[in-house]
Design a protein around this ligand. Structure first.
Ligand code: HEC
Ligand code: HEC
Length: 133
């Protein structure tokens, strides 16, 4: 009986250690420079949105995101160094305004909102939508 209690206790203590080892990593995953999207957006929702921009404009992530200072092989997603990122922020606000004002989409800012007009409606796979002239 005693042996079993000690075993259970040590199992519990080990669990607490394992849990605390994983906690800080989850904290570090928080996004640090969101000015348009909800600050508490999930990683899944953010990835879906970013993948959508890639397809809508026919570009890669580095079209809007600058290379890291310490390791240029990795993108620094929080950096605002590339002007394209801020242009995209303006486009996000414009798109949500069009949906709210002219298409009466409720909650157009929500990450999973079904929008009437989206980036792809104008961009159609190109960074610069062409004009007819
Ligand atoms: C058309 C431009 C554009 C493209 C392409 C793009 N992003 Fe973004 N990304 C943005 C903008 C704008 C923000 C900031 C949104 C805000 O301020 O709410 C952002 C924010 C992020 C963030 C959050 C950074 C932080 O900590 O604040 C991550 C991570 C990210 N993007 C990853 C990606 C990945 C991965 C790809 C490629 C699959 C990608 N992005 C493609 C424009 C883009
Ligand atoms: C109503 C049409 C429309 C919608 C919707 C739209 N865009 Fe645009 N976007 C344009 C036009 C037109 C230009 C080109 C402006 C110019 O060349 O001066 C442009 C330019 C851009 C640029 C700059 C490209 C460059 O090479 O400098 C980015 C980045 C961009 N859009 C991102 C987005 C994203 C992300 C979305 C969705 C959130 C979006 N756009 C939605 C019409 C639109």
């Amino acid at each position: 009986m005693r042996y079993k209690t000690i075993l259970t206790l040590s199992f519990l203590i080990a669990n607490v250690f394992i849990m605390s080892a994983f906690m800080p990593q989850q904290e570090a995953r928080k996004f640090t420079n969101l000015k348009v999207l909800p600050k508490d957006i999930s990683g899944d929702d953010l990835n879906k949105i970013m993948d959508g921009y890639k397809t809508a404009l026919g570009v890669k992530c580095n079209f809007c995101h600058a290379a890291g200072k310490a390791d240029p092989k990795r993108l620094d997603f929080a950096s605002d160094e590339k002007p394209e990122k801020n242009i995209a922020r303006g486009m996000m606000k414009m798109t949500s305004k069009i949906n709210k004002k002219y298409f009466h989409v409720k909650g157009a800012e929500a990450p999973n909102a079904v929008l009437a007009v989206n980036c792809i409606s104008c961009h159609n796979g190109k960074a610069h939508p062409e004009t007819a002239q």
